[in-house]
Design a protein around this ligand. Structure first.
Ligand code: ADP
Length: 258
């Protein structure tokens, strides 16, 4: 019968073994806690849109409901259903990335065109929020999983919009050298505190600025996973109040040198 942590103070192999055993035990405890908090976060994130859908669907049943209210309630139901669907999609993607089960593709494509496509997709939001976007994109071929990377640019772009200020701006850059490509997203938004920088890529982490915006706190975890899968790295520079810059560096494979 053992009790943990093992208290074997010896300088030989048995001592080392018991020390690594204790470390493993701690790691398992930590994983278990992380798993429990993950489940409780997911449940909460599913619960609130579901409650809203149920609540407004009930209100819609009233016979004498004015048309304006009917439209407003339907719009809320629609928006909450979309939130659920995006949450499910992000969770499924993260889970399969975590399990190493994602069938990663390696296809060659024009990275500059892909970035332009992401900008086109969110043009309406830029206009709606009065944000000025400019880009300098060097023509660049890249070999990787195009669909996963599209996810990365969309997450970084929508964050740069969401956490910006009205009338603010965004700059996207794409450069490459012999070894790697660099993609940067620079915004003039609320910025990120020193403390928040350390938690940015944690699952479900949402900063203070996120309180009134749509989101799941999963976007940057996905960005991190996808960049890691491509053996790349992420640098974040930020000045609270002034804006942030996310710089993604992806190594070029031997087959592609621009
Ligand atoms: P979400 O946007 O759904 O909250 P993310 O994982 O994409 O989740 O981002 C985590 C948090 O990081 C956000 O809640 C926000 O506080 C902070 N953040 C991300 N991008 C930016 C940015 N460009 N400027 C300021 N804060 C940001």
């Amino acid at each position: 019968n053992f009790s943990y942590p093992l208290d074997i103070r010896r300088n030989d192999e048995i001592g080392q073994l018991s020390e690594s055993f204790n470390l493993m035990q701690n790691q398992l405890k930590h994983n278990d806690l992380a798993r429990k908090s993950f489940i409780s976060n997911v449940s909460h994130d599913f619960q609130s849109p579901l409650m809203n859908i149920q609540g407004y669907a009930d209100l819609l049943k009233a016979d004498d409901l004015p048309d304006a209210d009917r439209l407003a309630y339907t719009a809320i139901i629609d928006q909450e259903a979309k939130r659920l669907s995006s949450l499910t999609r992000q969770l499924l993607l993260l889970t399969s990335l975590d399990q190493g089960a994602y069938p990663m593709k390696a296809e060659e494509f024009a990275l500059d065109e892909q970035l332009k496509g992401a900008v086109r997709k969110y043009r309406w939001r830029l206009e709606e929020e009065d944000i000025n976007l400019s880009y300098h994109l060097a023509p660049t071929r890249f070999r990787g999983d195009a669909e996963l990377l599209e996810n990365v640019w969309e997450n970084l772009l929508t964050n740069a919009i969401k956490y910006n200020k009205p009338g603010g701006s965004i700059e996207i850059g794409l450069h490459s050298d012999e070894e790697s490509v660099q993609v940067s997203f620079k915004d003039t938004g609320v910025g990120i505190s020193e403390e928040a920088l350390g938690q940015l890529f944690d699952r479900f982490y949402r900063g203070d600025a996120a309180r009134n915006t749509d989101g799941t706190g999963l976007g940057l975890s996905i960005v991190h996973q996808v960049v890691t899968l491509h053996h790349g790295k992420i640098d974040v520079k930020s000045k609270p109040g002034d804006g942030s810059e996310f710089i993604i560096t992806l190594p070029l494979t031997d087959r592609i040198r621009n």
